[in-house]
Design a binder for this molecule. Structure first.
Ligand code: BDR
Ligand code: CA
Length: 310
């Protein structure tokens, strides 16, 4: 089996950190680069957190390119209410030994995609600013992108506003670029990621897996779990971003439907809404495979076996 080359674009973030660990442990994936973007917290902090996670899992061979410090056309909205001031509050990760690559996110994406003998899969799990910049600055490299599997959006309600999911809300113009890119795109939205909650059983299993599992369990408890209880009344926190990575490892964990997704950039109450044409009423051609169901058990099995590898 030749591992699938992937670039993970992240704004760690507790669930981003677990997604990164899953990607690093999964033998099905070749993590060619990590790129950081401002989102949950500032770019400086998301970059530092990405370096910490990679250092912890011993993947100092993976280049980290710092990307956009702000959305394409908006003031940055962050999520300290969920992830704390550092972006990873409550997690006990040592200082990073890895330093950022000399190349920024777009340059690094261009080099990896341009030089890869196999088409590369992009897995953005934060605001889509870096990916939009990359697609616009390097249109010819699109032909070597296999697919985009993103965590973001929702067919149903949002989480940061009643209408919008956080990643798309933060940079709706960037999300629009991605959905309109013509690339094969899978939207792993809140409709399914909110099922991926780490409850007592999953935490116990994680803790039994060794050091990566213990850290992942730590990330999914304390601060992050309390924030989800306080903000959304959830008994256990969802590991949103890891679902997108697991869906690249094994697409069958998702049930998807082809549909047209348009991103609302003008609405006052609906900024960042992913308007999903579930019934095909617009006549617009489908531009995404949208996740509508998750095999929760299969997702967690992929997470467990990947973390065990670290
Ligand atoms: C998304 O928002 C962020 O807070 C999480 O990391 C995830 O990517 C969920 O809406
Ligand atoms: Ca994220």
């Amino acid at each position: 089996m030749v591992p699938e080359p992937v670039i993970l674009d992240v704004d760690p973030g507790h669930d981003d950190a677990i997604a990164m660990m899953l990607a690093c442990g999964a033998p099905e994936l070749d993590v060619c680069a990590i790129t950081s973007v401002a989102g949950n917290v500032s770019l400086e902090k998301t970059t530092r957190n990405a370096l910490k996670v990679l250092s912890f899992v011993g993947r100092t061979d993976v280049p980290v390119g710092a990307g956009a410090a702000a959305p394409l056309a908006r003031v940055l909205r962050t999520a300290e209410h969920i992830h704390g001031e550092s972006g990873l509050d409550g997690a006990d990760l040592p200082e990073p030994v890895l330093v950022p690559d000399g190349r920024d996110a777009v340059r690094l994406m261009a080099d990896v995609v341009g030089e890869s003998p196999e088409p590369v899969t992009l897995i953005p799990v934060g605001p889509l600013t870096n990916v939009a910049n990359f697609l616009e600055e390097h249109p010819r490299l699109r032909q070597n992108i296999r697919r985009v599997v993103l965590m973001g959006g929702s067919i149903g309600p949002g989480n940061v506003t009643p209408a919008a999911e956080f990643n798309v809300y933060v940079d709706p113009e960037a999300a629009r670029v991605v959905f309109e890119s013509g690339l094969p795109t899978t939207m792993v939205g809140l409709d399914v990621t909110r099922e991926a909650t780490a409850g007592p059983e999953e935490l116990e299993r994680l803790r039994s897996l060794g050091r990566a599992g213990e850290v992942a369990a730590g990330l999914a408890t304390y601060y992050y779990a309390r924030a989800y209880r306080r903000t959304y009344g959830l008994a256990a926190p969802p590991i949103h971003d890891a679902v997108a990575v697991a869906a690249v490892v094994e697409p069958a964990i998702l049930q998807t439907r082809s549909m047209r997704v348009d991103v609302e950039c003008e609405g006052v109450l609906t900024r960042g809404e992913t308007v999903c044409d579930v019934y095909g009423v617009t006549g617009g051609s489908p531009n995404a495979e949208v996740a509508v169901g998750l095999d929760r058990e299969a997702f967690f099995e992929i997470l467990f076996r990947s973390l065990e590898e670290i």
